[in-house]
Structures are given as structure tokens and as C-alpha cells.
Design a binder for this molecule. Structure first.
Ligand SMILES: [Zn+2]
Length: 477
């Protein structure tokens, strides 16, 4: 449908900073509390109250900028972004328009074609959030209520260059961005809970051309998946317009998740952006900045490289283990307890995390500490138990406080690897199944699977499958 055309996509991402207080007053920064609980004259924007800029907001915003490889500006300043709407009774929002906190950042993503691609970040600025409108019904009368808990919540807005060209790459960028920001611990970045909100600017152009056509802004996506779907829909819509000879005009559209379409949005009155006289310019001293840089944890990219070179993980395993800070922390603690590295990476990714998800607990809240988990992997690595037994022991570990060794002994899971013991077993199974043996010798390789199954059953699941297979192959000649 969009063949012969290329999308040009830029993103604007609002991220709520997880500060204890709001940006310009001491009210708790908890937008989800009972409506209008966390308010004061400053964040109700009553006349005659001066905002006081929070140092913690600057610190968290700076962490966000560093996590996205931006250059922090020595001096930045707040402007009054004038617009009129019930969620903003004072008529302007404090936002850094002319002099943002940071510029010239970037993030690398693995693009659709498998190659690494650098997406430029034009700027990051700080801004206060506006109040939240709640639309309800009183009887049959629709009413709109205003909740000021969110008014004055500290935000950063991240503006990318229009470097993205497909819905898939836009989603990938957002995933990488979310990981980076969560690592820096400046925000939870949950689109579902509203602590990360994404607007997408989309235009289309014939493939191979450099021009920038009028763009359409899409709002109201509350998951990364919705961002991808909305962009894909919008590309189709614009290409259809162009093919029909109808020009695309610049405007704002809303994503309707149920209908899976975008619809035009009524425009808000938007005024100018004028310098604000009430908040002093924000000055970032170099010594202070160095302190913040010291606070930055090892970021995912560096971690992946270290996991590959130090522990011998594959690139994919290393990526999986550094996708979240709590995963990498758990992984390294398990290694401290002598878990074999690759086994640990594989078992965390494919066994432990799915089991925890089923039980709705996280690595941080599970009672299975990395030490007991490592005990299981240690036994598995030394072939003291086989994979099937290990899976069962893992489930039991999650439900008790016993060690892996205790559970293995209790359940009689210790694997039989002794060649003598297993040889007798193999002889017996081959003698009991002459037709399968004959089939195997005639070339039916399936018969081997059957014989292995019989031998495993005869050992009550305790035979070491590797030793068993070696013996079996030798006997069958
Ligand atoms: Zn307040």
C-alpha cells in the first residue's frame, strides 16, 4: 500500500520525573492520589504566589539528559507557553522553549534492516505538567472535573529529529529510550500509567527524495504497540491522500485504539512563548554536573559488552540480561554464588522470568534469592540433575525456603551418570524391545528416540541423558 513512499517520523516524548515533590512547590508528586489532595496556592496557580524551582527536578532531568547522550547547557531558562484551556487556569505553562536544558543527544537502535542506526535527539527541556480533566456523568448530565494533583508535576520533553522511517523503528527507539531512562532511575516510564506519553509527527514522501512534507501530529497512544499501529495507519492514510491528488495539511489527530484509526482533533488555542520573569535562569555548574555524572550507573550498552567479554555470553544473551537493571543485578548476584554464566542467562530468561510472571511477582519481590537459584544451576551444570528435574526443582524453590540440594535429595532427583549402572539398564531395554532395535538397524532413526524414552522411563527419569545416549549408540553399533 505504501510502496514507493517513505515515512518521515519524529517523536516528542513527555516523561514524568519520579521526584518526591512537584516542580515549583513542596506538594507531594503523586498524581494518582485522591483528586485535589496534593495542592497548594502555588500549584493551584492562584495569583500572587511565586514558583520555587526544585533542585531535585533539575537533578532527575539531568540524569535523563545524560542517559540520552545529550549536551547539558550551562544556562537554560523557563518561558511561559501561553494557551487557554480548563486544565490550565493561569493561562500559561512553564516550559523551556527558547533555552532548553540539553541539546544534541542520540540513541543507537538496531534498524529494520539489522544495521545499527543513530537517531538524533534535538533537545530536552523541562516543563510543568498541567491539571487533569476528568469527564464524568452526573445522572444524565455530562460534567468535566479538574484534578490538580498533576498540576506542576515535573516533566521533561524529549524531541527527536525526524530520523525514523518506519513504525517498527519508532517502536524500537521507544523501547531503547525507555530502557535507558529506567536505568538512570529518573522515571518509571510507563505508557500504560501515563508516566511516559508519546506524540508522533508523521509525513510521507516519495522514496529517494529528501523533501519534508507537511506533517501530522498524532496523540493519545498509551502503549508502544499503539504508537506503531497509529503511525502505520497514518502512513497509509497520507499515501492515499497523495495518490488521490489531495494535499496533506498540517494538523493534529487522535488515535482511537478501539477503531484503530486516527481522527482529526479540535485545535486548542495556542499563543506565543514568552520569557518567564518569576523563575531565575537555571545554571548548571560544572562541578555539580560532574557529581551527577558520578551517580550514573553502568548503562546497558557498556553492560552488554562486559557480559560478552567477561562471562562469554552471546550478544543476544547479554542483551537479554541487561534489558532491565533488576535482571542484570539478579544475574550477577547468581554468578557471585558460582552459577555457570551462560546457564544462568538462559535459565533466567527462559525459565525463571516466565514462572515469576505467572505468579505476578518480580525479581525484586520473589522469595527466591540469587543464592538458592545459583545452587540449582550449579547442580545442573555438574550434571547432578537433569533438565527435567531442574525445572521441577525450580518450581519447588519458588514455593519453599529449602535449598536446591535439599529438594533434590528429598525428591530423589539425583541423576544417575555411572556407566556401569546405566549399561545394565540399556542392555535390559534393548533385550525387551527387539523389534525397535531391528528397525533402528534398518535405518529408522526414530527408533532411537523410542528406545531412549524406554530407558529414561526405566530409570524413573533419573538417568543422565547424555551418558545414556552414548551407551545406546555404542551398543546399537
Ligand atoms: Zn503545590
Amino acid at each position: 500500500m505504501t510502496q514507493g513512499f517513505q515515512a518521515v517520523i519524529g517523536l516528542e516524548i513527555h516523561v514524568q520525573l519520579n521526584c518526591a515533590t512537584k516542580m515549583f512547590c513542596n506538594c507531594p508528586n503523586r498524581p494518582g492520589d485522591e483528586p485535589n489532595r496534593n495542592t497548594c496556592p502555588i500549584c493551584l496557580w492562584l495569583p500572587g504566589n511565586l514558583p520555587r524551582f526544585s533542585q531535585e527536578a533539575l537533578e532527575k532531568a539531568t540524569l535523563a539528559c545524560l542517559a540520552l547522550n545529550c549536551q547539558i547547557q550551562e544556562k537554560s531558562a523557563f518561558d511561559q507557553k501561553v494557551y487557554y484551556y480548563p486544565d490550565l487556569p493561569k493561562g500559561y505553562q512553564l516550559s523551556q522553549f527558547h533555552r532548553p536544558l540539553a541539546r544534541n543527544g542520540w540513541l543507537d537502535i538496531v534498524g529494520e534492516d539489522g544495521n545499527s542506526q543513530r537517531i538524533r535527539i534535538q533537545k530536552i527541556h523541562m516543563e510543568e505538567d498541567v491539571a487533569r480533566l476528568v469527564h464524568e456523568k452526573e445522572g444524565r448530565t455530562p460534567v468535566s472535573l479538574v484534578d490538580f494533583n498533576r498540576a506542576g508535576t515535573p516533566l521533561v520533553e524529549i524531541v527527536t529529529e525526524p530520523d525514523l522511517h518506519s513504525p517498527r523503528d519508532a517502536m524500537e527507539f521507544l523501547r531503547v529510550l525507555r530502557t535507558q531512562l529506567r536505568y538512570s532511575e529518573c522515571s518509571q516510564c510507563s505508557m500504560e500509567q501515563g508516566s511516559m506519553r508519546v506524540d508522533a509527527n508523521v509525513s510521507v514522501r516519495p522514496l529517494g527524495r529528501d523533501l519534508l512534507n507537511p506533517k501530522v501530529e498524532i496523540k493519545n497512544m498509551n502503549s508502544i504497540r499503539h504508537v506503531g499501529d497509529a503511525i502505520a495507519f497514518e502512513m497509509d492514510r497520507q499515501v492515499e491522500c497523495v495518490r488521490g491528488g489531495e494535499p496533506v495539511v498540517m494538523h493534529t489527530r487522535l488515535w482511537e485504539p478501539d477503531a484503530r484509526i486516527t481522527v482529526p482533533m479540535r485545535g486548542k488555542f495556542e499563543g506565543p512563548c514568552v520569557p518567564d520573569p518569576s523563575v531565575p535562569p537555571v545554571v548548571v555548574e560544572d562541578s555539580w554536573l560532574q557529581e551527577i555524572i558520578q551517580k550514573m550507573p553502568e548503562m546497558p550498552g557498556a553492560k552488554v559488552e562486559r557480559f560478552v567479554t567477561r562471562y562469554g555470553l552471546t550478544h543476544e544473551e547479554a542483551q537479554h540480561m541487561s534489558s532491565e537493571r533488576e535482571v542484570s543485578g539478579y544475574f550477577e548476584k547468581a554468578l557471585d554464588h558460582e552459577a555457570p554464566p551462560r546457564l544462568a542467562a538462559q535459565w533466567i530468561a527462559t525459565q525463571l522470568l516466565p514462572l515469576l510472571k505467572e505468579r505476578e511477582v518480580s525479581l525484586e519481590t520473589t522469595s527466591l534469592d540469587p543464592g538458592r537459584f545459583a545452587g540449582l544451576l550449579f547442580m545442573l551444570g555438574r550434571e547432578e540433575i537433569n533438565v527435567n528435574a531442574a525445572r521441577d526443582v525450580l518450581k519447588r524453590l519458588l514455593e519453599s525456603t529449602a535449598t536446591a540440594a535439599e529438594i533434590v535429595d528429598q525428591c530423589g532427583y539425583r541423576q544417575v551418570s555411572g556407566a556401569e549402572e546405566l549399561e545394565a539398564l540399556v542392555d535390559r531395554v534393548l533385550a525387551e524391545n527387539p523389534s525397535a532395535v531391528e528397525n533402528f538397524r534398518k535405518g529408522a532413526s526414530k527408533a532411537m528416540g523410542f528406545l531412549m524414552g524406554q530407558a529414561m522411563q526405566a530409570s524413573k527419569g533419573k538417568a543422565n541423558p547424555r551418558v545414556l545416549k552414548e551407551l545406546m549408540t555404542k551398543k546399537l553399533g
